[in-house]
Design a protein around this ligand. Structure first.
Ligand SMILES: *Cc1c(COP(=O)(O)O)cnc(C)c1O
Length: 483
């Protein structure tokens, strides 16, 4: 068996050295290449310049010795695609580097089948009995302004079903409120930055320091920002969760999640190996046993979109700013919520953290430049019915409960993403029924502005008649579909 282990050690050394080399590159280079090297392509993958897709369920071994070494985790192996997979490994490698960019911390990543699976995988290892306080009721402290699915997972699956108390931070920019909720049975702090759809923002560094003062980790969902605008680990967060489904994998070809952790994170709970490398621990143990793994096909689709994340977030942020400024002066709009607008109460705080990465090295910019992402919301000056009328009149913006897409997409959170949590939960999360969430794509902003303007004009009494062909060009009857 030793010859296999020695060969594995040499290979691991090479791979580690290659990652160190990649970590020295600028963000765009990492995004484009990830950890897939020319050497690996030429030696093992017929020179394929794009990461190969290994659809195979499992890996074969040369003999019993190699199999035993592999299953004992003594040599790098992928073994069985629920546990690991070479294509998924490339996705994990690039995300670990991107979310660790600008930080001295060593990071690692595990990809999951969805953003929700990433959140569950990230929080569950901390929600176990504390040997120091056996049988004590446990809690976690998290902001109320979170994604609707997260709200359900925390309130139903944790709090109601498992009696793990969710202590809710209502005003996440108030540090004293966070601190007042922490006690010796608090397992972690959790927040979304910026939040979807309310765009709540808190002082990341201060909340990370607060968590560490109590010996617990800070977990941050940074889906809306993406690593192109914010890398929470650089500011002290221990674990980052991403719904890669959204802006990272903008094409909209699949559901994907990821957890990126800093090595040697702070926690009172967990084994030394869990704290030393949380993402790898998840991969080798809990996620092996629970099975929330991602398909290699979804992994390569995500890898492909991630290559252009920085330039997209720049373009989409600039488009969104233009759209937000247009809506802010529109007579049928009560309010626009976008962190990029100077009158947003959290603008100053967001401006401290949200920067397009590496602009100081750009010929075009040459200095740090704020960008605020492509998620915004606006309140229609009217009731729930009038809001639906405006929504129904969009012709360019797609009505879908989605965000991060290359195309502009809008939803009414009160009847979609946040419908399950009820009136009370929506009030806590700040989701009124006249709120439209809009995620601006890469179209020319003038065309999106024109669509918004004509849709809002229904409030002047303009009648909108939806005319649809009875049959789609592909032959399916849309009349049947509409029933
Ligand atoms: C969509 C979303 C999630 C859930 O991700 P899925 O990939 O849909 O499971 C989590 N957090 C945020 C902020 C999201 O927008």
């Amino acid at each position: 068996m030793n010859n296999y282990i020695e060969a594995a050690n040499r290979a691991m050394q090479w791979h580690r050295a290659y990652k160190v080399q990649m970590k020295k590159c600028r963000f765009d280079t990492i995004a484009a290449h990830g950890i897939y090297s020319m050497q690996e392509a030429l030696d093992f993958n017929q020179g394929s310049i794009i990461e190969p897709v290994y659809m195979s369920t499992s890996q074969a071994y040369r003999d019993a010795d190699e199999m035993e070494a592999a299953l004992g985790y003594k040599i790098p192996t992928w073994c069985y695609s629920r546990i690991a997979n070479p294509t998924v490994y490339y996705l994990e490698g690039v995300l670990a580097l991107l979310d660790g960019y600008g930080s001295d911390a060593e990071t690692s990543c595990i990809a999951t089948s969805s953003g929700m699976a990433a959140i569950q995988s990230a929080v569950d290892p901390f929600l176990v009995d504390d040997p120091e306080h056996p049988g004590a009721p446990m809690n976690f402290v998290a902001t109320t302004q979170v994604y609707g699915g997260t709200y359900q997972q925390f309130s139903m699956r944790k709090d109601a079903e498992r009696r793990v108390e969710w202590r809710k931070v209502v005003h996440s920019s108030d540090l004293a409120e966070w601190e007042s909720l922490i006690d010796e049975n608090t397992r972690f702090l959790y927040g979304e930055l910026p939040s979807n759809p309310g765009l709540a923002f808190f002082d990341l560094k201060k909340v990370a320091d607060l968590a560490h003062k109590y010996g617990i980790p800070l977990i941050v969902d940074a889906t809306v920002a993406t690593p192109a605008l914010l890398r929470p680990i650089e500011h002290g967060a221990d674990i980052v969760v991403q719904s890669v489904t959204k802006s990272l994998a903008t094409s909209g070809f699949g559901i994907t999640g990821a957890i990126i952790s800093r090595n040697n994170l702070t926690s009172k709970i967990g084994s030394p190996e869990m704290k030393a490398d949380f993402a790898t621990y998840l991969k080798l143990f809990p996620n092996r046993d629970n099975g929330p793994n991602i398909s290699p096909m979804n992994a390569v689709l995500a890898i492909n979109d991630i290559r252009t994340i920085r330039m997209r977030m720049d373009q989409m942020s600039r488009n969104t700013m233009k759209v937000a400024q247009f809506l802010a002066q529109h007579k049928h709009v009560e309010k626009v919520e976008y962190l990029g607008l100077e009158n947003h109460p959290l603008h100053e705080l967001a401006a401290k953290y949200l920067y397009l990465v590496d602009t100081e090295y750009d010929e075009q910019y040459g200095r740090p430049v704020n960008r605020y992402g492509h998620l915004m919301s606006f309140l229609v000056k009217g009731d729930a019915k009038q809001t639906r009328d405006v929504f129904d009149a969009f012709t360019r913006i797609w009505r879908a409960t989605d965000l991060g897409r290359i195309k502009s997409v809008a939803t009414i959170p009160a009847i979609s993403t946040h419908s399950q949590q009820g009136e009370e939960g929506r009030k806590l999360a700040g989701i009124p029924s006249n709120l439209i969430r809009l995620c601006v794509g890469v179209e020319h902003p003038d065309d999106i502005i024109r669509d918004l303007d004509q849709a809002l004009s229904v409030l002047d009494g303009r009648k909108v008649k939806m005319t649809s062909p009875e049959y789609s060009a592909g032959g399916a009857s849309s009349a049947t579909l509409r029933k």
